[in-house]
Ligand binder design. Structure first.
Ligand SMILES: O=P(O)(O)OC[C@H]1O[C@H](O)[C@H](O)[C@@H](O)[C@@H]1O
Length: 566
């Protein structure tokens, strides 16, 4: 089913094919601009003072997530106009096209069906006429069986010992998701197993993962959608050498079969690498790399969590999928968060968006979101190839609170940049946190709430002066406030809650891409650097002449070679 998605309202380009009306030519966009001008320098202090019901009205509860968006620089009118923009750009139509398997990834002519990865058994979702849900559950079963065997210590290595260390080798979408979720859900993992995630082609990454490992008890999960990614194949090849050396084995015996499994869409390449395809877990080209950690790419995670908890996580994803698919725009959380980003980027000149989790277990969450958001929406041409004339995806950044408070929050509070932020927190600490440390959780969460308050309302010069601060210091100690935040609060960081959160951000990114009329599902921008690295590498190692190398790079290559004594 390759039905192309109907484009938003069209204009005749005079060259035959009608093209989508550019976003900034739409009356709904112009109306938002006029509204922005009318709103002027409205301050959150005033918005709250003018509307005593604001805090109560500007919240949404979806599944286990309680979202307070009242500290955003919006009014009812802003939200109404943003929804009109979403209607005009037919976001819901594109969403429905994605969910039913249309090839909305137009530059690769592919369906975008990560939502099928968490569809319950019995659902019917077709890709090119084939129901993919039975395939998804067949692979989940195989993953579950494998995870059971490793977790029960039934899976034995070449020397008969059970596995102790699992090393996931992958990069980008084949690393960030499983690594992030493993970290986020540590209290739910088998603590008797050790997990490492190796991604960087810098040999030190693999070295550190193996420095204290025993080949007899180490299992490698080589995760790569294409199985051609140079970093992953280089690391996997080195790992294979380390294993065979350590075991004193030659290729061809059963050592590789007992210590290597693969996750990929590319069976021939997995075979060519020497991994038994009975130890291969498949996924499909309709799953984008950055949308794949709930596919077989999550195999290491499933070993850590066990199948039941992995399935709970998938149920969390599915809950948010169902909400996104069915809730009306005014109560649809991904619509809301996506449109807030459109507002800030388009009308308040925001260039970046901070995601600040008040949970140490969420330390890799923002890095994961960077790929999800920036690889999806870091685009400057529309779906039909015309350039965009408006801002698209922001720079996404952030680290866990409270550490960030002692580093870059100064800029958030008193700098000249406008940075909307999400504050994420969990009411209850991790289930296995010792009682003696539980009281620290209140302190952690107090910081979250205090930061949201300080960012929004600041501290006026008058308030500072009233504290007896000397006049010359008053400007330095004044906080302008008016920095918007959205607070996302959940009961506890559980597998299901993590699934809900990730799906929320996936769909938020979708909504923004749909409004901006860009293809959120390709990533051509990562190609050029890869091609050039291949060309430059022989110059470094062999001094090969690279035709067309620019003067700056040529001189850096020369310096590098001399520093390496070549
Ligand atoms: O899973 P792989 O095929 O090895 O790809 C790993 C990563 O490589 C690329 O650079 C893409 O930009 C990413 O989207 C992808 O996740």
């Amino acid at each position: 089913m390759s039905a192309s998605t109907p484009l938003p309202r069209t204009e005749d380009t005079g060259e035959g094919a009608p093209a989508a009306l550019p976003l900034d030519h739409r009356e709904e966009w112009t109306a938002l601009g006029a509204h922005r001008a009318r709103l002027g320098p409205a301050h959150l202090r005033e918005l709250f003072a003018d509307d005593p019901s604001r805090a109560a009205r500007y919240t949404l509860d979806v599944g286990d997530l309680h979202v307070d968006y009242s500290k955003n620089l919006v009014t009812d009118e802003t939200l109404g106009l943003l929804r009109e923009l979403a209607a005009a750009t037919r976001v819901a139509d594109l969403r429905d096209a994605m969910l039913r398997g249309d090839h909305i990834n137009v530059t690769e002519d592919r369906a975008v069906l990560h939502t099928a990865l968490r569809a319950p058994r019995g659902a019917v979702i077709e890709n090119d006429g084939r129901d993919v849900v039975p395939d998804v559950h067949r692979v989940l079963e195989r993953m579950g069986d494998f995870a059971d065997r490793v977790r029960s210590r039934e899976w034995r290595g070449h020397t008969g010992l059970p596995v102790r260390r699992i090393v996931n080798i992958g990069i980008g979408g084949s690393d960030l998701g499983p690594a992030m979720a493993y970290e986020a859900l540590r209290p739910y993992t088998d603590r008797g197993l050790e997990f490492r995630f190796v991604s960087n082609v810098d040999g030190t990454d693999l070295h550190e993962a193996l420095i204290d490992a025993d080949p007899a008890t180490t299992l490698f999960v080589v995760a790569s959608k294409t199985f051609t990614t140079v970093e992953t194949i280089t690391n996997a090849t080195a790992a294979r050498g380390w294993l065979l050396d350590g075991l004193g084995e030659k290729p061809g015996g059963d050592a590789i079969a007992k210590h290597f499994v693969a996750v990929s869409t590319n069976t021939p390449e997995v075979e060519a690498f020497g991994i038994d395809t009975r130890n291969m877990f498949e996924f499909w080209d309709w799953v984008g790399g950055r949308y794949s950690y709930d596919s077989a790419i999550g195999l290491s995670l499933m070993v850590a969590l066990g199948r039941e908890q992995f399935l709970e996580m998938l149920a969390g994803f599915h809950l948010m999928d169902t909400h996104f698919a069915t809730a009306p725009a005014e109560r649809n959380l991904p619509f809301l968060l996506g449109l807030l980003g459109v507002w800030y980027g388009g009308f308040l000149d925001a260039h970046s968006h901070a995601v600040l989790p008040y949970s140490h277990y969420m330390s890799k969450f923002t890095a994961y979101l960077q790929q999800l958001d920036m690889e999806s929406n870091g685009k400057s041409v529309q779906r039909d190839g015309r350039p965009v004339g408006w801002q698209t995806g922001p720079v996404v950044w952030g680290t866990p609170g409270t550490n960030g408070q002692h580093a870059y929050f100064q800029l958030l509070h008193q700098g000249t940049r406008f940075v909307p932020a999400d504050l994420l927190g969990f009411a209850n600490p991790a289930p296995d946190l010792p009682v003696s440390l539980e009281s620290q959780h209140d302190l952690l969460m107090a910081n979250l709430f205090a930061q949201g308050q300080a960012l929004a309302f600041g501290k006026t010069a008058e308030e500072v002066a009233d504290e007896g601060v000397p006049a010359e210091l008053v400007p330095h100690r004044t906080f302008a406030g008016n920095h918007p935040t959205t607070t996302i609060l959940a009961d506890r960081l559980s597998p299901s809650v993590l699934g809900q959160l990730v799906a929320l951000y996936e769909h938020k990114v979708f909504v923004q891409g749909a409004v901006w009329n860009i293809n959120s599902f390709d990533q051509w921008g990562v190609q050029l650097g890869k091609v050039l690295a291949k060309r430059v590498e022989p110059a470094l190692s062999e001094g090969a002449d690279v035709p067309g190398l620019d003067a700056s790079t040529a001189s850096l290559v020369e310096r590098y070679r001399s520093l390496r004594g070549r």
